[in-house]
Write a protein that binds this ligand. Structure first.
Ligand code: PMP
Length: 280
């Protein structure tokens, strides 16, 4: 049975008991992070901790312990579950209190829970690419915070799956923001375009890794908003994310992107990403 981190204990899943009064359950009143594990090691932990601290600060949920201690716990969790390749899911809610909108009393303890998933890298979709649809981005205006309120993302993703697509590209009045659970980039004239890191997108850790690799490879990138029309005339498109890494998008709403195959810029980035992972 897999071991969970619950507050500051390691427990088998069936001994983790979370109250129905947990504010995460009632209100989605909590924050989370998903980390990648390669070779038994947390990938880009600093970026994830920085984002977690920002989410916590902005929604005013105090972190139950400091980042050094959290890191120690997550390393222990990975070792205890013998994870070589997979993910760590961490969530912290505002705690347990009878249902009422205002924050609970100040001494209410946040509830922290984390567990590991043993999952392989998505090699075949990274190789072949995925198809996507587009949809209105109906989310709130704090998409830079990694909060539990994911209903709009869930609805959009489900619509993609119903239509036989792998992801949904979200837009606000024709301006592309990101996807339901990944960031989105296109390539035009050999240069990468992606939405700026403001309140309308999650500031993806993989997005930052893509920028780092692009700089190394002398690929120009712009953090500049683009439209659905730009997308339709793009040479290439891809998504980035902790679990999807860099995955090509080969068609959108049934229309081929570029030649309808993963393009050369995407491939170069994927190869550089591969080298990075192999160097861990
Ligand atoms: N945008 C959204 C909406 C996400 O849920 C995610 C995480 N899967 C991302 C972007 C990518 O972020 P990261 O690279 O940190 O996983």
């Amino acid at each position: 049975m897999s071991l969970y981190l619950y507050q500051n204990q390691f427990l088998p899943k069936d001994q983790v008991s979370i109250s129905p009064d947990d504010r995460g359950y009632y209100f989605g009143d909590g924050i989370y992070e998903v980390f990648r594990v390669y070779n038994g090691v947390l990938f880009e932990p600093e970026g994830h901790y920085r984002r977690l601290e920002k989410s916590a600060r902005e929604v005013r949920i105090p972190l139950p312990y400091n980042i050094e201690r959290m890191h120690q716990y997550l390393v222990e969790l990975i070792q205890a579950n013998h994870i070589q390749e997979g993910t760590v899911y961490l969530q912290i809610t505002r705690g347990t209190a009878p249902r009422s909108h205002p924050f609970p009393p100040l001494d209410t303890e946040p509830v922290l829970m984390a567990y590991c998933n043993q999952i392989a890298r998505p090699l075949s979709t990274m190789e072949q690419g995925i198809t996507a649809i587009t949809a209105d981005d109906i989310r709130w205006l704090k998409c830079d915070l990694k909060t539990l309120n994911l209903l709009a993302n869930v609805m959009a993703k489900q619509e993609a799956l119903v239509q036989g697509a792998g992801e949904v590209i979200l837009h606000r009045k024709g301006t592309v923001t990101e996807c339901s659970s990944s960031n989105f980039m296109i390539v035009k004239k050999g240069e990468i375009l992606t939405h700026p890191a403001n309140n309308l997108i999650l500031h993806g850790i993989t997005r930052e890794v893509v920028f780092r690799l692009a700089r190394k490879l002398d690929i120009v990138y712009h953090e500049r908003a683009f439209t659905i029309e730009d997308l339709h005339s793009a040479e290439e498109a891809f998504i980035s994310g902790t679990t999807v890494e860099i995955t090509p998008v080969i068609s959108v709403n049934g229309r081929a992107v570029g030649q309808g195959n993963p393009g050369p810029v995407t491939r170069k980035l994927q190869q550089a990403f591969e080298q990075l992972v192999n160097s861990l």
